[in-house]
Design a protein. Structure first.
Length: 83
């Protein structure tokens, strides 16, 4: 495929699309306990991320789905731990 196939878009225009993008990713142990949920609420209220990725190998999403819904988030991708 030739490079001329792709339109030339100034990099500033592309990057302007990401100015409001915020991502919170956290490898937290204990997101299902009271303190983990409290800390998560604090971070979300402070930074108001558009996307949240929680890495917790010992938690099934079904146990915390209501918690995330109460914060205004909905699931878009879940990969449950295997084994």
């Amino acid at each position: 495929m030739e490079l001329s196939y792709f339109p030339l878009i100034p990099i500033k225009l592309v990057m302007d699309e990401f100015l409001d993008l915020s991502i919170l990713t956290w490898n937290i142990m204990g997101v299902v306990n009271r303190e983990g949920k409290r800390q998560t609420r604090v971070l979300i209220r402070r930074y108001r991320p558009l996307l949240v990725a929680i890495l917790e190998t010992y938690c099934q999403f079904g146990r915390v789905v209501n918690f995330w819904n109460s914060l205004g988030y909905e699931q878009c991708a879940i990969s449950e731990a295997q084994g």
